[in-house]
Design a protein around this ligand. Structure first.
Ligand SMILES: NC(=O)c1ccc[n+]([C@@H]2O[C@H](COP(=O)([O-])OP(=O)(O)OC[C@H]3O[C@@H](n4cnc5c(N)ncnc54)[C@H](O)[C@@H]3O)[C@@H](O)[C@H]2O)c1
Length: 320
Protein backbone atom coordinates (compact mmCIF):
# COMPACT_ATOMS: atom_id res chain seq x y z
CA UNK A 1 0.00 0.00 0.00
CA UNK A 2 1.41 3.38 -1.05
CA UNK A 3 0.31 6.86 0.00
CA UNK A 4 0.51 9.81 -2.36
CA UNK A 5 0.57 13.27 -0.75
CA UNK A 6 0.27 16.32 -3.02
CA UNK A 7 1.51 19.63 -1.61
CA UNK A 8 3.94 17.47 0.37
CA UNK A 9 6.38 20.30 1.12
CA UNK A 10 3.72 22.69 2.40
CA UNK A 11 2.67 23.51 5.95
CA UNK A 12 0.08 20.76 6.46
CA UNK A 13 1.32 18.35 3.77
CA UNK A 14 4.84 18.05 5.19
CA UNK A 15 3.48 17.23 8.65
CA UNK A 16 1.11 14.64 7.19
CA UNK A 17 4.09 13.05 5.40
CA UNK A 18 5.94 12.83 8.74
CA UNK A 19 2.90 11.28 10.42
CA UNK A 20 2.65 8.62 7.70
CA UNK A 21 6.38 7.87 7.78
CA UNK A 22 6.27 7.56 11.57
CA UNK A 23 3.82 4.73 10.98
CA UNK A 24 6.26 3.24 8.43
CA UNK A 25 4.03 3.86 5.42
CA UNK A 26 5.67 4.23 2.01
CA UNK A 27 4.95 7.78 0.78
CA UNK A 28 5.34 9.52 -2.57
CA UNK A 29 5.12 13.30 -2.21
CA UNK A 30 4.47 15.74 -5.05
CA UNK A 31 5.24 19.45 -4.88
CA UNK A 32 6.32 22.09 -7.40
CA UNK A 33 7.57 24.58 -4.76
CA UNK A 34 5.42 27.51 -5.80
CA UNK A 35 6.78 30.88 -4.66
CA UNK A 36 3.54 31.98 -2.93
CA UNK A 37 5.93 32.07 0.03
CA UNK A 38 9.67 31.36 0.19
CA UNK A 39 10.28 27.92 -1.37
CA UNK A 40 13.32 27.60 0.95
CA UNK A 41 10.87 27.24 3.86
CA UNK A 42 9.24 24.35 1.98
CA UNK A 43 12.65 22.72 1.42
CA UNK A 44 13.17 22.93 5.20
CA UNK A 45 9.77 21.40 5.86
CA UNK A 46 10.61 18.32 3.83
CA UNK A 47 14.33 17.97 4.69
CA UNK A 48 13.98 15.34 7.44
CA UNK A 49 11.52 13.22 5.44
CA UNK A 50 13.92 13.16 2.48
CA UNK A 51 16.38 11.18 4.64
CA UNK A 52 13.80 8.41 5.09
CA UNK A 53 14.10 5.61 2.49
CA UNK A 54 10.33 5.16 2.58
CA UNK A 55 9.85 8.67 1.15
CA UNK A 56 10.11 9.70 -2.51
CA UNK A 57 9.69 13.32 -3.56
CA UNK A 58 8.52 14.09 -7.06
CA UNK A 59 9.06 17.73 -8.02
CA UNK A 60 6.22 18.13 -10.48
CA UNK A 61 3.43 20.53 -11.32
CA UNK A 62 -0.02 18.91 -11.12
CA UNK A 63 -1.34 21.37 -13.69
CA UNK A 64 1.28 20.13 -16.18
CA UNK A 65 2.43 16.76 -17.54
CA UNK A 66 3.13 15.00 -14.25
CA UNK A 67 1.48 11.67 -15.09
CA UNK A 68 4.39 9.67 -16.62
CA UNK A 69 6.79 10.64 -13.81
CA UNK A 70 4.20 9.78 -11.16
CA UNK A 71 3.38 6.44 -12.73
CA UNK A 72 7.11 5.71 -12.65
CA UNK A 73 7.07 6.08 -8.83
CA UNK A 74 4.32 3.51 -8.36
CA UNK A 75 5.26 -0.18 -8.48
CA UNK A 76 3.05 -2.31 -10.74
CA UNK A 77 0.00 -3.65 -8.89
CA UNK A 78 0.41 -1.26 -5.91
CA UNK A 79 -2.74 0.23 -4.35
CA UNK A 80 -2.60 3.95 -3.65
CA UNK A 81 -4.34 6.25 -1.17
CA UNK A 82 -4.24 9.88 -2.37
CA UNK A 83 -4.15 12.91 -0.09
CA UNK A 84 -4.60 16.02 -2.22
CA UNK A 85 -3.30 19.08 -0.36
CA UNK A 86 -1.59 20.97 -3.19
CA UNK A 87 -3.22 24.33 -3.73
CA UNK A 88 -2.69 28.03 -4.17
CA UNK A 89 -3.79 29.23 -0.71
CA UNK A 90 -4.76 32.66 0.58
CA UNK A 91 -8.08 34.46 0.42
CA UNK A 92 -6.89 38.02 -0.11
CA UNK A 93 -4.49 37.43 -2.98
CA UNK A 94 -7.10 35.53 -4.97
CA UNK A 95 -8.69 38.73 -6.37
CA UNK A 96 -7.64 40.43 -9.58
CA UNK A 97 -4.75 39.36 -11.77
CA UNK A 98 -3.77 36.50 -9.43
CA UNK A 99 -6.97 34.57 -10.06
CA UNK A 100 -5.35 32.57 -12.86
CA UNK A 101 -2.94 31.02 -10.33
CA UNK A 102 -5.92 29.84 -8.27
CA UNK A 103 -7.69 28.34 -11.26
CA UNK A 104 -4.46 26.59 -12.32
CA UNK A 105 -3.53 25.11 -8.91
CA UNK A 106 -6.94 24.56 -7.32
CA UNK A 107 -9.14 23.64 -10.27
CA UNK A 108 -7.05 22.47 -13.24
CA UNK A 109 -4.52 20.62 -11.05
CA UNK A 110 -7.32 18.90 -9.12
CA UNK A 111 -9.10 17.86 -12.31
CA UNK A 112 -5.87 16.47 -13.82
CA UNK A 113 -5.08 14.54 -10.66
CA UNK A 114 -8.61 13.10 -10.61
CA UNK A 115 -8.28 12.07 -14.29
CA UNK A 116 -5.03 10.34 -13.48
CA UNK A 117 -6.60 8.64 -10.42
CA UNK A 118 -9.52 7.37 -12.52
CA UNK A 119 -7.37 6.17 -15.40
CA UNK A 120 -4.46 4.65 -13.47
CA UNK A 121 -6.61 1.96 -11.86
CA UNK A 122 -4.42 1.94 -8.73
CA UNK A 123 -6.15 4.53 -6.54
CA UNK A 124 -8.37 3.05 -3.83
CA UNK A 125 -9.16 6.23 -1.87
CA UNK A 126 -9.02 10.00 -2.50
CA UNK A 127 -8.86 12.50 0.39
CA UNK A 128 -9.16 16.16 -0.60
CA UNK A 129 -8.23 19.27 1.41
CA UNK A 130 -11.03 21.82 1.18
CA UNK A 131 -11.69 24.92 3.22
CA UNK A 132 -14.25 26.61 5.47
CA UNK A 133 -13.93 29.45 2.91
CA UNK A 134 -16.54 27.64 0.82
CA UNK A 135 -19.17 28.74 3.39
CA UNK A 136 -18.41 32.41 2.78
CA UNK A 137 -20.36 34.81 4.95
CA UNK A 138 -23.01 32.32 6.00
CA UNK A 139 -24.94 33.93 8.86
CA UNK A 140 -25.65 30.54 10.38
CA UNK A 141 -23.34 29.29 13.13
CA UNK A 142 -22.13 26.71 13.74
CA UNK A 143 -21.43 25.89 10.09
CA UNK A 144 -22.65 22.42 9.22
CA UNK A 145 -22.16 20.36 6.08
CA UNK A 146 -25.87 19.72 5.55
CA UNK A 147 -27.36 22.92 6.97
CA UNK A 148 -25.11 25.71 5.63
CA UNK A 149 -25.29 26.50 1.94
CA UNK A 150 -21.83 27.09 0.44
CA UNK A 151 -21.61 30.68 -0.82
CA UNK A 152 -17.95 31.72 -1.02
CA UNK A 153 -17.09 35.41 -0.63
CA UNK A 154 -13.62 35.12 -2.19
CA UNK A 155 -12.32 33.81 -5.53
CA UNK A 156 -10.17 31.39 -3.49
CA UNK A 157 -13.33 29.96 -1.89
CA UNK A 158 -14.92 29.60 -5.32
CA UNK A 159 -11.96 27.53 -6.57
CA UNK A 160 -11.97 25.33 -3.45
CA UNK A 161 -15.70 24.72 -3.89
CA UNK A 162 -15.14 23.87 -7.56
CA UNK A 163 -12.46 21.37 -6.48
CA UNK A 164 -14.88 19.76 -4.00
CA UNK A 165 -17.45 19.36 -6.76
CA UNK A 166 -14.86 17.85 -9.09
CA UNK A 167 -13.90 15.34 -6.39
CA UNK A 168 -17.55 14.33 -5.93
CA UNK A 169 -18.15 14.16 -9.68
CA UNK A 170 -15.12 11.98 -10.43
CA UNK A 171 -15.82 9.78 -7.42
CA UNK A 172 -19.29 9.05 -8.82
CA UNK A 173 -17.86 8.26 -12.24
CA UNK A 174 -14.83 6.21 -11.22
CA UNK A 175 -16.22 4.60 -8.06
CA UNK A 176 -13.16 5.71 -6.06
CA UNK A 177 -14.36 6.46 -2.49
CA UNK A 178 -13.58 10.12 -1.83
CA UNK A 179 -13.87 12.67 0.93
CA UNK A 180 -13.34 16.44 1.06
CA UNK A 181 -12.42 17.95 4.42
CA UNK A 182 -13.21 21.60 5.06
CA UNK A 183 -10.35 22.86 7.25
CA UNK A 184 -10.92 25.75 9.67
CA UNK A 185 -7.95 28.15 10.05
CA UNK A 186 -5.06 25.80 10.76
CA UNK A 187 -2.12 26.99 12.89
CA UNK A 188 0.99 25.61 14.56
CA UNK A 189 4.66 25.03 13.69
CA UNK A 190 5.40 25.58 9.95
CA UNK A 191 2.31 27.76 9.54
CA UNK A 192 2.46 29.77 6.31
CA UNK A 193 4.03 33.21 6.80
CA UNK A 194 1.00 35.01 5.37
CA UNK A 195 -1.31 33.62 8.08
CA UNK A 196 -2.39 35.72 11.07
CA UNK A 197 -0.79 33.85 13.98
CA UNK A 198 2.56 33.61 12.19
CA UNK A 199 2.57 37.35 11.50
CA UNK A 200 1.25 38.26 14.95
CA UNK A 201 3.74 36.14 16.92
CA UNK A 202 6.65 37.39 14.83
CA UNK A 203 5.59 41.01 15.25
CA UNK A 204 5.19 40.68 19.03
CA UNK A 205 8.59 38.98 19.38
CA UNK A 206 10.22 41.75 17.31
CA UNK A 207 8.39 44.56 19.12
CA UNK A 208 6.71 45.61 15.85
CA UNK A 209 3.05 46.62 15.41
CA UNK A 210 0.53 43.80 15.04
CA UNK A 211 -1.80 44.69 12.20
CA UNK A 212 -5.33 43.62 13.12
CA UNK A 213 -7.94 43.86 10.38
CA UNK A 214 -11.38 45.29 11.12
CA UNK A 215 -12.13 45.72 14.84
CA UNK A 216 -10.41 42.48 15.92
CA UNK A 217 -13.68 41.15 17.32
CA UNK A 218 -14.27 38.82 14.37
CA UNK A 219 -14.03 35.18 15.41
CA UNK A 220 -12.21 32.20 13.98
CA UNK A 221 -12.47 28.55 14.93
CA UNK A 222 -8.76 27.75 15.04
CA UNK A 223 -7.40 24.22 14.58
CA UNK A 224 -3.99 23.03 15.70
CA UNK A 225 -2.19 21.37 12.81
CA UNK A 226 -1.60 18.00 14.52
CA UNK A 227 -5.39 17.69 14.98
CA UNK A 228 -5.92 18.23 11.25
CA UNK A 229 -3.16 15.74 10.42
CA UNK A 230 -4.72 13.16 12.76
CA UNK A 231 -8.12 13.55 11.07
CA UNK A 232 -6.55 13.13 7.63
CA UNK A 233 -4.52 10.16 8.78
CA UNK A 234 -7.57 8.35 10.18
CA UNK A 235 -9.60 9.10 7.05
CA UNK A 236 -7.09 7.20 4.92
CA UNK A 237 -8.16 3.92 6.51
CA UNK A 238 -11.83 4.70 7.11
CA UNK A 239 -14.90 4.48 4.88
CA UNK A 240 -15.94 8.15 5.35
CA UNK A 241 -17.10 9.69 2.05
CA UNK A 242 -18.54 13.03 0.98
CA UNK A 243 -17.91 16.38 2.66
CA UNK A 244 -16.86 16.88 6.28
CA UNK A 245 -15.87 19.82 8.45
CA UNK A 246 -12.46 19.14 9.96
CA UNK A 247 -11.37 21.53 12.61
CA UNK A 248 -12.29 23.96 15.25
CA UNK A 249 -12.73 23.56 18.95
CA UNK A 250 -10.92 26.83 19.66
CA UNK A 251 -13.22 29.67 18.69
CA UNK A 252 -11.96 33.07 19.88
CA UNK A 253 -11.87 36.66 18.65
CA UNK A 254 -8.63 37.83 17.06
CA UNK A 255 -8.08 40.13 20.07
CA UNK A 256 -8.41 37.17 22.44
CA UNK A 257 -5.89 35.28 20.32
CA UNK A 258 -3.51 38.24 20.59
CA UNK A 259 -3.90 38.01 24.39
CA UNK A 260 -2.79 34.36 24.24
CA UNK A 261 0.17 35.39 22.09
CA UNK A 262 1.14 37.98 24.71
CA UNK A 263 1.02 35.23 27.37
CA UNK A 264 3.13 32.86 25.26
CA UNK A 265 5.75 35.44 24.28
CA UNK A 266 5.81 37.35 27.58
CA UNK A 267 5.64 40.59 25.56
CA UNK A 268 2.98 43.23 24.99
CA UNK A 269 1.43 43.56 21.53
CA UNK A 270 1.40 46.99 19.87
CA UNK A 271 -1.90 46.96 18.00
CA UNK A 272 -2.56 48.77 14.74
CA UNK A 273 -5.97 48.49 13.11
CA UNK A 274 -6.68 48.36 9.36
CA UNK A 275 -9.96 48.04 7.41
CA UNK A 276 -11.50 44.62 6.80
CA UNK A 277 -10.47 43.01 3.50
CA UNK A 278 -12.89 41.80 0.86
CA UNK A 279 -13.24 38.02 1.01
CA UNK A 280 -12.70 37.65 4.75
CA UNK A 281 -15.57 35.94 6.55
CA UNK A 282 -16.65 37.73 9.75
CA UNK A 283 -17.03 34.61 11.91
CA UNK A 284 -16.35 30.90 11.56
CA UNK A 285 -17.48 28.11 13.85
CA UNK A 286 -17.34 24.46 12.84
CA UNK A 287 -20.03 21.94 13.59
CA UNK A 288 -18.01 18.71 13.73
CA UNK A 289 -20.82 16.40 14.89
CA UNK A 290 -20.59 14.30 11.71
CA UNK A 291 -16.85 13.87 11.93
CA UNK A 292 -16.99 12.94 15.61
CA UNK A 293 -19.71 10.39 14.85
CA UNK A 294 -18.13 8.84 11.73
CA UNK A 295 -14.42 9.13 12.45
CA UNK A 296 -14.27 9.50 16.24
CA UNK A 297 -12.35 12.76 15.71
CA UNK A 298 -12.18 15.47 18.35
CA UNK A 299 -9.74 18.40 18.57
CA UNK A 300 -7.04 17.60 21.12
CA UNK A 301 -4.79 20.68 21.43
CA UNK A 302 -6.21 23.74 23.24
CA UNK A 303 -5.41 27.21 21.88
CA UNK A 304 -3.09 28.20 24.74
CA UNK A 305 -0.91 25.12 24.20
CA UNK A 306 -1.03 25.44 20.40
CA UNK A 307 0.09 29.07 20.47
CA UNK A 308 2.87 28.17 22.88
CA UNK A 309 4.13 25.52 20.42
CA UNK A 310 3.91 27.85 17.41
CA UNK A 311 5.75 30.57 19.37
CA UNK A 312 8.56 28.12 20.22
CA UNK A 313 8.84 27.19 16.55
CA UNK A 314 8.91 30.83 15.39
CA UNK A 315 11.61 31.67 17.94
CA UNK A 316 13.75 28.80 16.60
CA UNK A 317 12.99 29.45 12.91
CA UNK A 318 13.87 33.17 13.12
CA UNK A 319 16.56 32.90 15.82
CA UNK A 320 14.59 35.13 18.24
N1 LIG B 1 -3.68 26.40 6.32
C1 LIG B 1 -4.99 26.57 6.49
O1 LIG B 1 -5.46 27.19 7.48
C2 LIG B 1 -5.96 25.99 5.49
C3 LIG B 1 -7.32 26.24 5.68
C4 LIG B 1 -8.23 25.70 4.77
C5 LIG B 1 -7.79 24.90 3.73
N2 LIG B 1 -6.47 24.68 3.56
C6 LIG B 1 -6.04 23.82 2.44
O2 LIG B 1 -5.08 22.90 2.92
C7 LIG B 1 -4.14 22.60 1.89
C8 LIG B 1 -2.72 22.84 2.41
O3 LIG B 1 -2.59 24.21 2.80
P1 LIG B 1 -1.26 24.79 3.44
O4 LIG B 1 -1.66 25.86 4.37
O5 LIG B 1 -0.42 23.66 3.92
O6 LIG B 1 -0.59 25.49 2.15
P2 LIG B 1 0.91 25.46 1.58
O7 LIG B 1 0.99 26.55 0.57
O8 LIG B 1 1.89 25.50 2.72
O9 LIG B 1 1.01 24.05 0.87
C9 LIG B 1 0.51 23.81 -0.44
C10 LIG B 1 1.64 23.19 -1.27
O10 LIG B 1 1.12 22.86 -2.56
C11 LIG B 1 2.15 23.10 -3.52
N3 LIG B 1 1.50 23.28 -4.83
C12 LIG B 1 0.67 24.30 -5.20
N4 LIG B 1 0.27 24.13 -6.46
C13 LIG B 1 0.85 22.98 -6.91
C14 LIG B 1 0.82 22.28 -8.15
N5 LIG B 1 0.13 22.74 -9.21
N6 LIG B 1 1.52 21.13 -8.26
C15 LIG B 1 2.25 20.67 -7.23
N7 LIG B 1 2.33 21.29 -6.02
C16 LIG B 1 1.63 22.44 -5.87
C17 LIG B 1 2.85 24.36 -3.02
O11 LIG B 1 4.17 24.49 -3.54
C18 LIG B 1 2.82 24.14 -1.50
O12 LIG B 1 4.03 23.56 -1.02
C19 LIG B 1 -4.54 23.47 0.70
O13 LIG B 1 -5.35 22.70 -0.15
C20 LIG B 1 -5.35 24.59 1.32
O14 LIG B 1 -6.27 25.14 0.40
C21 LIG B 1 -5.54 25.21 4.42
Amino acid sequence: MLTLVTGAAGFIGSLLVERLLADRRAVVGIDCFRDYYDPAAKRNNIAASLRDPLFTLLEADLSGDFEPALQGCIPHGERVTVYHLAAQPGVRRSWGANFGDYVRDNVTATQKLLEWASESGCVTRFVNASSSSVYGASPQTPLSEAGSLPAPVSPYGVTKLAAEHLVGLYSGRSGIPSVSFRFFTVYGPRQRPDMAFHRFILAVLRGEPVQVLDDGRQTRDFTFVSDVVEGLYRAGDSPVCGVYNLGGGNRVTLLEAVGEIENATGAKAILSFAPAQPGDARDTLADTTRLERDLGWKPGVPLQEGIRRETEWIRAAYGL
